[in-house]
Ligand binder design. Structure first.
Ligand code: ZN
Length: 136
């Protein structure tokens, strides 16, 4: 595969209202966008650290995967997103190396990105998201 940088870290939080002040007041970052992603049942808040973003994920209902994650593991880092070009090719490459795919084909993610998830069982325990900005 060809990965250029960490596009973002996805961080599970119980409440954006509770989490955002830490990132803004302690770390001195500025939330530049809040976006609800209905099909993932989350509300997201974005920050930038250099080229990398922080994506806070608040579950919008108990059936949200993020709600399940917090229940099991608590709040904290949920996934790592890697920036790639030509996500279809990278996904095929991962599959050819026997990496288990959560998404067989790329789909639309938050912040205008095209995304696909790899299963943590085959990525050293790290839920990994491939991310391509097709709008640039
Ligand atoms: Zn993400």
């Amino acid at each position: 595969m060809k990965v250029s940088h960490i596009e973002h870290l996805g961080i599970a939080v119980k409440s954006l209202d509770e989490a955002i002040p830490y990132w803004e007041n302690v770390l001195g970052l500025k939330c530049y966008k809040i976006e609800e992603v209905a099909d993932q049942k989350v509300k997201t808040a974005f920050f930038k650290i250099g080229e990398t973003k922080i994506e806070l994920l608040e579950p919008t209902c108990p059936e949200s995967k993020i709600a399940g994650f917090i229940e099991k593991r608590g709040i904290g880092i949920h996934h790592m997103a890697l920036a790639v070009e030509n996500i279809e090719e990278q996904l095929a490459d991962a599959a050819s190396k026997e990496i288990r795919l959560i998404d067989q084909t790329p789909r639309k993610g938050a912040d205008g990105m095209t995304i696909a998830f790899l299963h943590p069982k085959s990525t050293q325990g790290i839920l990994t998201e491939l991310c391509e900005n097709k709008n640039k």
